[in-house]
Design a protein around this ligand. Sequence first.
Ligand code: NAD
Ligand code: TYD
Length: 350
Amino acid sequence: MKLLITGGAGFIGSHVVRLFVTKYPEYQIYNLDALTYAGNLANLTDIENAPNYTFVKGDITDAKFLEDMFAEMGFDGVIHLAAESHVDRSITDPMSFVMTNVVGTVNLLNAAKNSWKGNFEGKRFYHVSTDEVYGSLHNPEDFFTEETPYDPQSPYSASKAASDHFVRAYGNTYKLPVVLTNCSNNYGPNHFPEKLIPLMIHNIRNNKPLPVYGKGENVRDWLFVVDHARAIDTVFHKGTLGETYNIGGFNEWKNIDLVNLLCQIMDRKLGREEGTSAKLITYVTDRAGHDLRYAIDAHKIMNELGWQPSLQFEEGLEKTVDWFLANQEWLDNVTSGAYQSYYQGMYANR
Ligand code: NAD
Ligand code: TYD
């Protein structure tokens, strides 16, 4: 199996690459990543010399590059994670989301289609997507199921919805062997500190204000990143072609409750008096068009494919805080931008 994983230097992608490289020594794993601000090869130092692993720097918006690469390599499978992933950035710069998430995905579909030439035996194109395509829940009893109509509300989720539609359209029109998953919010080691949990950990540690958007009433459904990677492994190998699977751990948290829990954990870990870190909480102007609540119904993947999350949230959060405290250099390099200049000699960053 020659397997192409895109976006493997990012947060989730690096956990997927690690899992596949270590669990499947018989596969040849190619990690294609443009190393944007979110890509960091320091996420993969433990496996970078594995004999079944190759890193390729490249941009999925470059159709010719992808066509040439597919023609040369003859991939059997694709797990596509490369994306612009941060909602706040999509509000200030929607076009980069259109380019990478929509145009990049269609480029990748075309490259796979042209390389496989209708011979789909043993081939698989897996698109990793988000629950945000379903929009915002307002009724507390509602959950996102695989049948929930798409209703994206942010430029990020609109771009992911468009890419999902293209993947399904290629499955329907050209019979490309596609499978999709839509996952809830991830957290864990290597999470880029523009997202809520790592940003709060970083700011608590440095005694900086903790910016909570609006009233902190918005609800997100959190899953440990390694459990998402395990789910991707399950769906890649056992999922039915043409199907979509929602991934989540039935773990909803109001932002303000989550930030308070993080403050408590950090007070304990840093030897601060209880209540010290919570004083840093600062309510700031709400995100434009802020989705109220996401919550995944994950029964399909649990019942049909036997996947289950392995960690309780409190345990996962402790692990995550411990990782960030033990890897302060990683966090400092990312927040200072040093991780980009470190690799500049090898690869030019966008
Ligand atoms: P990330 O921002 O941490 O990583 C994205 C990676 O893609 C980076 O390594 C970046 O360099 C690479 N990339 C960006 N543009 C590229 C391009 N044009 N060509 C090649 N590589 C490019 O993102 P993440 O949080 O790891 O998310 C990965 C995927 O999972 C995304 O598709 C995202 O939509 C999806 N997802 C994320 C979450 C979450 O909570 N983070 C939840 C569900 C689904
Ligand atoms: P985020 O981690 O950006 O993920 P997403 O927007 O994709 O769900 O944000 C998670 C929640 O936390 C979301 O409701 C926005 C909120 N938030 C804050 O309150 N403050 C912050 O500084 C950030 C980054 C997010």
